[in-house]
Design a protein around this ligand. Sequence first.
Ligand code: CP
Length: 305
Amino acid sequence: MGVRNIINITDLNVDELNNMLDLADDIMNNKAKYAKKCEGKILATLFFEPSTRTRLSFEAAMLELGGNVLGFSEAASSSTAKGESVSDTIRTVGCYSDIIVMRHPKEGAPLVASYRTTVPIINAGDGGHFHPTQTLTDLLTIRREKGHFDKLKVGLCGDLKFGRTVHSLISALLRYDDVEFVLISPTELKLPQYMKDKMDKEGAKWTECLTIEEAIADLDILYMTRVQKERFFNEEDYIRLKDFYILNKEKLELAREDLKIMHPLPRVNEISTEIDDDPRAVYFKQVLNGKYIRMALILTLLGIN
Ligand code: CP
């Protein structure tokens, strides 16, 4: 079999996805069994855009599997600053590592990178496009918290235009039965038409609304997102929209007791810290789940049992 890359969440079929979630659960429950699985292997993290969770969780994942890590956390500290192309950078790093994790501001950059090396490439976020490993994290969190995906009513709130985690999560959930989406966003940050077309093609039920209060009472999952400052062309628009949604105790009173509140993080103001200790807030559990699912992904792409 050829080298496997993860550029989009749909690069994994549903069986592979479910197997990976099972593997992550097993790693969580049997950490010692996996502690030496990647001895002698090197993971490279190439981050052309800032990150805390994705980069560090991949590095922690590889270290907990007994492997080693190398990489850079900003383009300015690599030869990109001297004008080197992504293609040449990837060919070079492929000589030093067994698997490469890459985040880049340009949509499609990880796909192009995958043509230039023979080691697996993992897309850690490409512009406003996709973020498949966040989606794996989200799916593991939903399955652990809810036990299933079918028939869930999922509210997606905030920057649905630029929020790549939302685009990847919808793509993944569309493959399960009868998942319903409620899109909560200001007009300027609505979900792109191509994603709505995708939902229509799959026969998914979706509605749009402007406020959290309109939607929250019926939801199983509320997935909050930050307004993506780095993707705005105009500072004034960002300032006008950045605090459009703030989930607080008052709004949460309208929700069911079994609601789960998720957020890919980082948050800015869109979730008040006053609800962090509410049992419905699972965004820091989500962070921890991210490490275990990335351990499962590394093992799967390297073909290690
Ligand atoms: N969720 C996420 O991608 O976080 P980072 O930007 O910190 O990696």
